[in-house]
Design a protein around this ligand. Structure first.
Ligand SMILES: [Zn+2]
Ligand SMILES: [Zn+2]
Length: 430
């Protein structure tokens, strides 16, 4: 073969490759366009569902009306589901019924918070508010259920849509898992709204993203008495003061400076008169770490430090990790290959400029319970829009949602699951 024919054959191969990529690329773009425009057509429906949920917020494990609304919609769409799971939870299933199986997750609970935004569809229930966007998460997943069911003949496997209760402290995810919500799922995607990045964009990050979290309350019991005779008392105020100061050393002196930990004492209660040493003092707060092991180490040392400081001051400490009300959450750790998938699908559906690198935050998420069992990723989906005023952080009484996010999230959930199934056929055969 002479040099000229080598060049010729190379040119032919390159042309073939570029035309193949062009066709493939166009197909991908057509696919993204198809999903996005189908989701946009559903926008009015999505907005009305979200407003119904927003007006009627329900706290963890009490999401009865929210769950009933979802079941009515799933019935109308002809989508089969299991209910009840963890009291109010639902798992819908769409596709071939065989593997691979991929899970999408939304949380349904509201916060014990008074909404201070004055708008037509504000919360109708005093002291309760969807201030963390879970009404949007639920609606976006219902939107995906509709889109996926329209495409069910094309699905190369099964999608499980998990609507869970009680993310805000109740560890609803752990209860869902106990009752079999994950089934045969091999990967799971979750989304949380993010007020920092604009509507139409997402961010994600591989590895640790959100903290392992727990809460504690300490009671230091001494011997109360007259403030003029401290020598015949055992002063719990002094013991608590030393204990709180000593706790600060756990992060500053005992933690690797390159690791992220938080120990915050958020309240102290003790005494009521200026001439009486009280018999006990209570204080409490929260512990956080970007690793689950880090949290357990911090918990151990918290107990030792408080008990030790109480003993030094002739008092006794009782520590309650409040696990009944707030089970400890593991850290959210995002799978690297799922992150690559999110970036690729995100760029396809939203455009490369709208896919950003996520940030680590010391807030917690019970999505971490799913990730203890199967690879998963939590995606931040932007809602920031100065024009509608969606610029307040979650858990603020002024939190406000840009409803334009609803079709975006529905389309993204759909594409993440459908493309995942297309690309993981091997695991079904094995
Ligand atoms: Zn929240
Ligand atoms: Zn939330």
């Amino acid at each position: 073969m002479n040099l000229c024919s080598i060049f010729n054959s190379l040119l032919v191969s390159l042309l073939w490759l570029s035309s193949f990529c062009a066709v493939h690329g166009t197909q991908d773009q057509n696919y993204a366009q198809e999903i996005l425009s189908a989701a946009q057509k559903d926008k009015n429906w999505l907005v009305s569902i979200r407003r119904q949920i927003h007006e009627n917020p329900e706290l963890g494990f009490q999401e009865h009306n929210t769950s009933a609304l979802l079941r009515r919609e799933l019935d109308q769409l002809g989508i089969s589901y299991s209910y009840p799971i963890a009291k109010t939870g639902i798992v819908a299933q769409i596709g071939s019924g065989s593997g691979p199986v991929v899970a999408l997750r939304a949380d349904m609970d509201a916060l014990p918070l008074q909404e201070l935004v004055d708008w037509e569809h504000k919360s109708k229930i005093d002291g309760k508010m969807h201030g963390c966007g879970h009404d949007a998460h639920t609606t976006m997943l219902l939107g995906a259920a509709k889109l996926l069911s329209q495409r069910k003949e094309k699905l190369q496997g099964t999608v499980r849509l998990i609507f869970q209760p009680a993310e805000e402290g109740g560890a609803g995810a752990a209860e869902m898992i106990k009752e079999g919500a994950l089934g045969e799922s091999e990967a799971i995607f979750g989304m949380h709204i993010d007020y920092v990045i604009p509507t139409g964009s997402i961010s994600s990050i591989a590895g640790p993203q959100l903290a392992a979290v727990c809460f504690f309350e300490a009671k230091i019991v001494g011997l109360g008495g007259h403030a003029a005779a401290p020598h015949i008392t055992a002063d719990p105020i002094l013991a608590a003061s030393f204990a709180i100061l000593a706790l600060q050393q756990l992060v500053s002196r005992e933690t690797d400076p390159l690791q992220s930990h938080v120990l915050s004492v958020t309240y102290v209660r003790g005494g009521s008169a200026s001439n009486v040493i009280p018999s006990y003092v209570e204080f409490g707060g929260t512990l956080r770490s970007l690793t689950t092991e880090g949290l357990y180490q911090l918990r151990r040392r918290l107990k030792e430090v408080i008990e030790g400081q109480a003993a030094v001051h002739r008092c006794i400490a009782y520590i309650d990790m409040k696990e009944e009300d707030f089970p400890p959450y593991p850290a959210v750790f995002n799978d690297e290959s799922l992150n690559t998938h999110v970036k690729r699908v995100g760029k396809l559906v939203l455009g490369p400029e709208n896919v950003k690198i996520g940030k680590k935050v010391m807030a917690g998420e019970d999505f971490a319970f799913y990730q203890e069992l199967i690879p998963g990723i939590m995606i931040s989906i932007g809602i920031r829009n100065e024009e509608v005023g969606s610029v307040h952080s979650p858990h603020s009484p002024y939190f406000f949602l840009d409803e334009d996010v609803l079709p975006v999230g529905a389309a993204l959930h759909t594409a993440l699951a459908e493309i995942y199934l297309n690309e993981h056929q091997r695991s079904a055969i094995q």
